[in-house]
Design a protein around this ligand. Structure first.
Ligand SMILES: Cc1ncc(COP(=O)(O)O)c(C=O)c1O
Length: 455
């Protein structure tokens, strides 16, 4: 690459060249609508976040144009000299941010997302049909931890490999003793720990003992709490596990992507699994965006941000409990609050519909004791998004007040309409109080900055 650096200034910057409104007005309006929705909503989805303008610029940059199959220094495409530097920088920042010892660990930054990262580990370490064991989806685990229903291999992680799950106790905590018992009988070759909906920290030492008792690999999927891990606010798995995977877009606040950390003796096998076994060209715009997000995560402000995520989650939990609501494990250690609606006899699906009608974004979730994943009695609340927008503890009191108003009105509506969802939704649409809540929420949400490029 030999263009003198002075010539750079003659290249148009991608964002200055943005002309979406004229080129594609239909899509432009949709984009504006989604932007307006994000601004006007209180986002309590635990797995989402708002990336910075800097990260967004990289994601929408010319990096999207470049193919570079292979790894730095060994590519199947020409013109990869700068891409190589970017990928190596991303790797270095990931190692530093997660505190991975370079004498023992390597990182692969190419997985397209969280599921592909987990598939990378299974593909590398298990033969087809090999045995894995993970936290059950209905107990807070992820689809890609081997999920299957009694009648269906729902995830390929249960179709391509044999899977068995461990669960939680009736109090909502991971059932480590139960996991040990299952492992003795099932003899898994790989145990995965990590969660999508669990409000407490993990005991990796305990998981290691279970894995060692049957000679299994131990894999931690830190997708949800990566930002808290990088900030040193939750237990680190690195001392105990063989593999750490993560998405980059949740508490870490990067673009969509995946990471696989592996002990160095397995790193070649992991690299081979990611490319060429599972993927072709990696998404360079997202690797670049991840490098920038990791740089942001290494700044002292990010630690303050992560601390605030937890403070906000605890305050939300306390505020809800003060109003008499029941939470799984009665609180939280992380960014997740699991609200148990069973005492109110209202399903999570109904409350999710109410939230959609009142400018609050959240999702239904199974909780211990649920009979069906389709009609669970839980609601998952998370604080990464609203903390990015600048909410502090006192704002979480207001969020709890909105949630409480929504619930009270929902119960009134359910009394009138009966239990059927369609009739209930109609009742929600016709409720003046729900309309009032929606406009109060939008008014409240708009006072906070919404990061990223403005459209
Ligand atoms: C624990 C965990 N692992 C993996 C994933 C999958 O990530 P993706 O949807 O980006 O593939 C998620 C997503 O929510 C998750 O919560």
């Amino acid at each position: 690459f030999r263009v003198p650096s002075a010539a750079f200034s003659t290249f148009p910057m991608p964002m200055e060249d943005l002309d979406l409104k004229n080129r594609d007005p239909v899509f432009y309006e949709l984009l504006r609508a989604e932007n307006a929705r994000q601004e006007a909503c209180i986002t309590l989805t635990a797995s989402e976040n708002f990336i910075s303008k800097a990260v967004m610029q990289v994601v929408g940059s010319p990096l999207s144009n470049k193919y570079s199959e292979g790894y730095p220094g060994q590519r199947y495409y020409g013109g990869c000299m700068i891409i190589d530097k970017m990928e190596i920088l991303c790797q270095q920042r990931a190692m530093e941010a997660y505190g991975a010892d370079p004498d023992k660990w390597r990182v692969n930054v190419q997985p397209l997302s969280g599921v592909p990262a987990n598939l990378g580990v299974y593909t590398a370490m298990l033969k087809p049909g090999g045995k894995l064991m993970g936290l059950d989806l209905t107990s807070g685990g992820h689809l890609s931890h081997g999920f299957q229903s009694p009648s269906k291999k729902v995830s390929v992680t249960s179709l391509f490999w044999e899977s068995r799950s461990y669960g939680i106790t009736k109090d909502g905590y991971i059932d480590y003793d139960g996991a040990y018992e299952i492992a003795q009988e099932y003899k898994p070759e790989l145990i995965i720990c990590g969660y999508s909906a669990y409000p407490r920290d993990l005991d990796y030492k305990r998981f290691r003992e279970i894995a060692d008792s049957v000679g299994a690999y131990l894999h931690a999927d830190c997708s949800h709490f990566s930002g808290l891990l990088v900030s040193g606010l939750v237990n680190s798995p690195f001392e105990y596990v063989d593999f750490v995977t993560s998405t980059t877009n949740k508490t870490l606040r990067g673009p969509r992507g995946g990471l696989i950390f592996s002990r160095k003796e397995y790193s070649k096998t992991i690299d081979d699994a990611v490319f060429p076994k599972l993927q072709g060209g990696q998404h360079n715009q997202n690797i670049g965006g991840t490098a920038v997000a990791l740089h942001e995560a290494l700044q002292p402000e990010f630690k303050e941000y992560s601390k605030q995520i937890i403070k906000n989650a605890r305050r939300l939990a306390d505020a809800l409990m003060k109003k008499g609501h029941k939470l799984v494990t009665n609180g939280t250690d992380n960014h997740i609050v699991l609200w148990n609606l069973r005492p109110h006899k209202l399903t999570g699906s109904k409350f999710e519909a109410v939230a959609n009608a009142t400018n609050i974004t959240l999702n239904k979730n199974t909780i211990a004791g649920d009979k069906s994943a389709l009609t669970p009695y839980g609601i998952r609340l998370g604080t990464p998004c609203c903390t990015t927008r600048g909410y502090k503890e006192e704002h979480m009191d207001e969020v709890a007040e909105f949630l409480d108003r929504m619930l009270k009105e929902s119960l009134k509506i359910q009394k009138q309409t009966g239990k059927k969802l369609v009739a209930f939704k109609k009742g929600v649409d016709e409720s003046e109080e729900m309309q009032k809540i929606a406009s109060d929420v939008a008014e409240f949400a708009k006072q906070f900055d919404h990061p990223g490029l403005k459209v």
